[in-house]
Design a protein around this ligand. Sequence first.
Ligand SMILES: [Zn+2]
Length: 457
Amino acid sequence: MKKKWLLVSLMFTTQVVIGQQSDSAFFRSLSDEILLNSRAYENLGFLTKKIGNRLSGSASLSTAIEFCTRLLREAGADTVYMQKVLVPTWQRGGAEEAYVMDKITGKRVLNILSLGGSVATTNKGLEAEVVEVESFDQLASLGTRVAGKIVFYNYPMQPVTINAFTAYVDAVKYRTQGAIEAAKLGALAVIVRSTTFARDNNAHTGSVRYDESIVKIPAVAISTQDAEWLHGQLNKTTNVRIALRLQCRILPPSTSYNVIGELRGKSFPKEVILVGAHLDSWDVGEGAHDDGAGCMHSIEVIRALRALQVQTKRTIRVVLFTNEENGVAGGREYALMVKGENTKHLFAIESDAGGFTPRGFNFTMNESQFSRIRQWQSLFSGYGGSDWQFGYAGTDIAPLGEQGVALAGFLPDTQRYFDVHHSKADVFENVNKRELLLGAINIAGLAWLVSEYGLEK
Ligand SMILES: [Zn+2]
């Protein structure tokens, strides 16, 4: 009896080892192919330097859509097509200025950026006293004393928090919700400290939310250095006044597209593994880390598998979503389309955390799926992506998650991401070629494993 069990267990062990050996050999060839032959970095250079930033409704986003359609064809996708999406259109407009009039030093210009979606001031602008708060509780305690004033939210990303995304999520509520809360109390505008650890003079934009039942007030981000300066002024003097003039505007929605490319699966073509990122960006910088890097990661998955002449068992579908930054219209429309399709989405991976050194993945899936894929975790340790946990996977694929699709979010190192995020510093020069390619290896490896083995036991 014992002998028999020993034999069975030996056979089982041998099988697993053989499986892992071939998987690990495949990872090696995938890695070699990407490190030797990828053009992801050079293509990111073209996207960022020749096409530039890509806000929804802009001509450059349309050019980027054409460019990436071509890249997917050249990568060897069996099918490349576009899905029409209606996207909100907001423009920063012309003048965008804020300054403090100081009795001693005179006019002091502040480095600001309108938040995406902000309403403008009147053409003349507005001028009002500034009130600084560090929290919504402090705002509430001031009550209607902020009426007729500009509220300055000066809450820094907490330096003691290790994971920069955690610090971002904690701080960003003042950017997204701040205008609503201040307007409820009668404030005229809000100035929000940029959500970044960096101390410099770049303001970081991002979406502001409004409530249709509450008056919409202008909202801007201020650089961290100017936030510190303003804080100092407010400690020194009373009645610090800021003049603010914004000319941003909301135009009617415009037509955009999700770009889709597939490698058709040979055994289960109707079962889809999605690899995605978003092609739009904010209108400052070049959208290099956010999210040009993710787009190039995704296209590289198809190129590398094709170059290795791999016929995947399931379909690998790359989706470059439009309008993640100010609407998520691309992600929502895609999830709607999928409902009417004769396919089953097993798994979706998103790369939208930058092109930095890979660390791992965040997963949103059930326990049994997670315990299944954990068997593969050690395959990633040689390539940097083996830090695996449950967590938020990505904004564009979240609507698929609501339909029960298992999700993963690629997780590169977080420490430098918010130095550049949504600012003019998000440029190609801040992307490292090897770090970018290592990300693609991990994403391609995970997509390939799920395509080969599925997610069910
Ligand atoms: Zn992004």
